[in-house]
Design a protein around this ligand. Structure first.
Ligand code: NAP
Ligand code: G3H
Length: 474
């Protein structure tokens, strides 16, 4: 069985303790990763800090060259990494390989975006006349050591989307992959190692978040925490960060709002793809449908027909619905289903469970006293809530503790824009499913869905800070 190692200060290292990783779909033992000790974390952080001056002194084009090499390696190794990823997080093999390729593309784009970064010169004279002689040269500099923490559902892509913008901006990185997803994360690290980055610039830290996480966050060496994951852990990190800048991309309860004039057949397809791909384990999954009563029967029928087409089974058969990440998650999802059943929701496609494999469950006539109207299942459950008016849809959409994205389905673009303006979310999609891409677009959550803005250029800007040098010209 492979003992995977951490990459610290340019060397691959085991730790005294290890964590065994099993495939959620069939229990296959995939290998082990180190459970790093606090002393080993200190060493990784110290090595990163030592590497910072030389790395930040490189030009953008020199740093970009390393990133292009990483992207080439990921493209070359897409099948190898995708295969482990598919096993480790129970993702369809095609989607797993696409995740690796998407990451290579993103890393290349980050390299190119870095090369295009420039500062600016500001002239005085806009306030008191004497300030006319003042000039400010405004440049960007790295924040220092970035702690990048990724979730299980995109262990390669949501890692690359933090690491590449951090590195091109001149930062050094400590990368903590999700435990279930850490082998995939360490294979990603192999690409950075092979690309020949100077020792200490990029380091990995494996270990359970519940054991080592707080130590990683609170450590004085860390200058920026870039986290994607659940809202409770994000809030915890926010408190620990104190005055240090952070980026938090957290949970969601994205609503699809469907008006009377929507193309219902296309809408149903978009909703099902958006809600149930990767078994609903996406922050941007559509997690409730708010439909006007007059078209609710027709839409519910069309969605049901689409759900019934989904295949359920093994990631290596590219089934649409695969086992969810662990039994805790499956139990939680079942709890939401049971609550909706008890409170009288109409079950359009029946709930069925075999271990962690859950058949997609579509509920109609969901009411706001049901947990599934508000909580994030992170699994294959989709509630339909019927509303009397657009205003009621907006009110229910905004009542959520989350504010990641929404979708509005209508042929009336001005109306869609008016609704988009009222929705308390980071992004509104018109006539399409909620989704993060494309990766150069800004991606953010408001309220319980996060703080800060991702998206390649936005991420580079977030992880670099402005320094202004001011002088008088006469
Ligand atoms: P999670 O349980 O919050 O874990 C996320 C990461 O945080 C993992 O690497 C985890 O490590 C680590 N962690 C746990 N406790 C920590 C602590 N005290 N300090 C520092 N790190 C700690 O989330 P998940 O189950 O992996 O992912 C699902 C959640 O993420 C959902 O709520 C989903 O909506 C959200 N998500 C949001 C976005 C977005 O962009 N908005 C994207 C993807 C997912 P271990 O694995 O070792 O516990
Ligand atoms: O799970 C959260 C991801 O950021 C969603 O990305 O919309 O490309 O699947 P995606």
């Amino acid at each position: 069985m492979t003992q995977y190692k951490n990459y610290v200060n340019g060397e691959w290292k085991l730790s005294e303790n290890e964590i065994k990783i099993y495939a959620p779909a069939n229990g296959e033992e995939l290998g082990s990763v180190p459970a790093m000790s606090r002393e080993e974390v200190d060493y990784a952080y110290e090595s990163a800090k030592k590497a910072l001056p030389a790395w930040r002194a490189l030009s953008y084009v020199e740093r970009a060259a390393y990133l292009h090499k990483v992207a080439d390696i990921l493209e070359r190794d897409q099948e190898k990494i995708g295969t482990i990823l598919a096993k480790e997080v129970s993702k369809g093999i095609k989607a797993a390989i696409s995740e690796v390729v998407r990451t290579a593309d993103l890393i290349r784009y980050a390299a190119e975006e870095g090369v295009r970064l420039s500062g600016e010169v500001l002239e005085g004279g806009s306030f008191e006349a004497a300030s006319k002689k003042k000039i400010a040269v405004v440049r960007r500099e790295p924040v220092g050591l970035v702690l990048a923490i990724a979730p299980f559902n995109y262990p390669v892509n949501l890692s690359g989307s933090k690491i590449a913008p951090a590195l091109i901006g001149g930062n050094v990185v400590a990368f903590k992959p999700p435990t279930q997803g850490s082998i995939s994360g360490l294979l990603l690290a192999e690409a950075f190692a092979e690309a020949g980055l100077p020792a200490g610039v990029f380091n990995t830290i494996t270990g359970k978040g519940s054991e080592i996480g707080d130590y990683l966050n609170e450590h004085k060496a860390v200058d920026f925490i870039n986290f994607t994951g659940s809202t409770p852990i994000g809030e915890r990190i926010g408190k620990m960060a104190g005055m240090r800048p952070i980026m938090l991309e957290l949970g969601g309860k994205d609503a699809a709002i469907v008006l009377e004039d929507a193309d219902l057949a296309k809408t149903a397809k978009d909703i099902v793809g958006g809600a149930l791909s990767y078994s609903g384990q996406r922050c941007t999954a559509i997690k409730r449908v708010l439909v006007l009563e007059s078209v609710a029967d027709e839409l519910a029928g069309l969605i049901k027909a689409e759900v019934e087409k989904l295949t359920v089974g093994d990631p290596f058969d590219n089934a649409d619905i695969t086992p969810v990440i662990d039994s805790g998650s499956a139990d939680y999802i079942e709890g939401l289903v049971r609550d909706a059943q008890e409170k009288g929701a109409t079950e359009l496609t029946p709930f069925k469970r075999e271990g962690n494999l859950l058949w997609p469950t579509l509920f109609d006539h969901v009411t706001t006293d049901m947990r599934v109207a508000w909580e994030e299942p992170f699994g294959p459950v989709l509630p339909i809530i019927r509303v009397k008016s657009v205003e009621e849809a907006i009110e229910i959409a905004n009542k959520s503790e989350f504010g990641l994205q929404s979708a509005v389905f209508t042929q009336d673009f001005p109306k869609a824009f008016a609704i988009a303006e009222k929705l308390e979310v980071g992004t509104v999609h018109i006539n399409n499913k909620t989704q993060r891409g494309t990766d150069n677009f800004p991606f953010l959550g408001v309220k319980g869905s996060g703080a800060g803005t991702q998206g390649i250029r936005y991420s580079i800007e977030a992880m670099t800070r402005v320094k202004s040098v001011v002088f008088d010209i006469q």
